[in-house]
Design a protein around this ligand. Structure first.
Ligand code: 7TS
Length: 405
């Protein structure tokens, strides 16, 4: 199978529009990706034909809704190569998945003197929940240092690892710098001291296949909306033996086995962590996104994305006054930069006037912005439908705004 970016682009109806009189060039995929027809149609089909609540109805629509919902879980299991569908917990997104592990595993297991390691380049979603739980338990949150290029130094990490470290939580790919972290090495090193490891895959899953069994991570989280699926649906993968030992952090319907005023016993996996009516249409949409990706040659997609990234980097290096923030050895999907004498927000607004959508600011990653000595950056983030022409449009737009500074 080959890869033709214009055919792919045609699968995403939102991209065929003009913004401020210019063809839309959407380079804000780190924030959220656009949705292919396959996803939009699957959600519409679900609401037109199958909508009902799951796991409770004695009627046909409820059976159908349950069946598509549980099929979606199986699709995610296949996508991550988990050992069992019981290890796939639906959440609202990566943020809820991290909170679930921090408040459920963390409150149960962390004590005074324990340490939780997160990298200096984490999104706030992978810092704040741990900080909240550390404050409650007396454990210490320790940042893993990142060098000036935006890479984690494994020797320094090794120096931090001791038997006091009970948990390591790290991004697979940094949303602020694009660094692809050496998660396999981090998992192996952390396991040597007996720490559990969670990988925040929010920025990784869209770019390549994930195999949680090969990685041997204890938890893996991602959001559907960064994988061409809908917002409001995400996944926590966890090893079944760990999830079984964890007490749920949210209570309600569905997650129970029996309830009396004296005591509640909990349901089995995965339902134990899924109180209340879930985002059924979201799961259906996410499953359609996974099937869409699986219908493509993912290796061809990955090499196309690398080509666009390399092309953007080369152009950035040739652009006068532009400083790339983060020069990691291995990066994916994200080009963060500042332009001398300009404020990132002004650059963002002027690019938008030319139809180019980027994100500006601290990208919910204030610690790494401070570490890199910038208040914020302009971030162009790429998806499979972006092309070299989109990169040209970005840099042509940057050239045109020079006169304003
Ligand atoms: N972790 C990483 C690495 C992220 O990039 C994000 C979202 C999250 C966690 C949180 O994901 P959510 O779906 O639960 O919100 N990152 C971004 C971004 O870079 N711009 O907007 C959202």
């Amino acid at each position: 199978m080959s890869f033709d970016v214009s055919t792919i682009k045609a699968d995403f109806p939102i991209l065929a529009q003009q913004v401020n009189g210019q063809p839309l060039v959407y380079l804000d995929n780190g924030a959220t990706t656009q949705k292919p027809n396959a996803v939009i149609d699957a959600i519409t089909h679900y609401y037109r034909n199958d909508n009902s609540n799951v796991h409770r109805g004695a009627h046909t629509l409820s059976d159908r809704a349950t069946s598509v919902f549980e099929q979606a879980r199986k699709d995610v299991k296949g996508f991550l190569n988990a050992n069992s569908s019981d290890e796939i917990i639906w959440t609202k997104g990566t943020t809820e998945a991290v909170n679930l592990v921090a408040f459920s595993w963390g409150l149960q297991n962390l004590r005074m003197g324990d340490q939780v390691l997160v990298s200096h380049m984490e999104h706030h979603a992978n810092i704040v929940p741990w900080q909240m739980v550390c404050e409650k338990t007396g454990a210490e949150l320790v940042p893993m240092p990142v060098n000036d290029d935006g890479d984690i130094d494994l020797d320094q990490l090794n120096g931090l690892l001791s038997e006091n470290v009970k948990f390591v939580s790290v991004a697979h790919v940094s949303n602020a710098l694009g660094t692809v972290n050496p998660v396999q090495d981090i998992i192996n090193l952390a396991h040597k001291v007996g720490a559990l490891v969670m990988i925040d895959g929010a920025q990784a899953v869209a770019h390549w296949d994930i195999d949680v069994q090969r990685l041997d991570c204890d938890f893996y989280a991602f959001s559907g909306h960064k994988l061409y699926g809908p917002t409001g649906i995400g996944v926590l993968y966890g090893k079944a033996d760990l999830l079984n030992l964890m007490t749920p952090f949210m209570g309600g319907g569905e997650m129970i086995e029996t309830v009396t005023f004296e005591k509640t016993t909990f349901n089995t996996l995965p339902y134990k962590f899924e109180p209340g009516t879930p985002n059924i249409a979201g799961a259906v949409g996410l499953s359609a996104a996974i099937n869409y990706l699986n219908s493509l040659d993912r290796e061809a997609v990955a090499s196309h994305e690398e080509d666009v990234m390399d092309y953007a980097l080369a152009k950035a290096k040739q652009t006068k006054g532009l400083r790339i923030v983060g020069n990691a050895k291995h990066r994916a999907g994200v080009l963060s930069f500042v332009i001398e004498g300009t404020h990132p927000h002004d650059v963002g607004t002027l690019l938008d006037q030319q139809g180019v959508a980027v994100r500006t600011g601290n990208h919910c990653a204030m610690p790494i912005m401070e570490r890199m000595g910038v208040p914020g950056t302009v971030r162009a983030s790429f998806a499979l439908y972006n092309s070299r022409e989109d990169v040209d449009a970005l840099f042509n737009a940057i050239e045109k705004i020079r006169m304003f500074f």
